[in-house]
Design a protein around this ligand. Sequence first.
Ligand code: 5GP
Length: 130
Amino acid sequence: MATIFSKIIASEIPCYKVAENDKFFAFLDINPLAKGHTLVIPKQEVDYIFDLSDEDLAAMHVFAKKVALAIGKAFPCRKVGEAVLGLEVPHAHIHLIPMQNEKDMLFSNPKLKLTDEEFKAIAKAITMAF
Ligand code: 5GP
């Protein structure tokens, strides 16, 4: 059965898309730790990120770098942090999170509640920062 993220790639489930190429896709996390919290996923349906081939793992990070730089321009921060957990959705993904300090990366922090308009504005700001 297709993962929820494969359904997002196929437009069967809506998302706030940030970027896409032939192999990877980036969209806003629906429960963000910070404005600009983005997920980068491979179009190939693989659960564990370290099951990706060396080539695809490297290419995923090159793609994530472009997204992270755009996030950093759109949402000025000390750095854009990267995290890989994958405990909830069995489809490999990199979290990109604007951070001012290490506590901003804590997944136990309360998540932001954003409106549809806010999500759209965030996705647009990142898209325009590429
Ligand atoms: P993890 O698997 O890394 O522990 O967490 C999965 C992440 O995916 C969570 O931060 C969660 O908010 C996000 N997520 C789960 N389902 C959806 C969804 O349907 N749409 C979006 N945009 N994000 C999702």
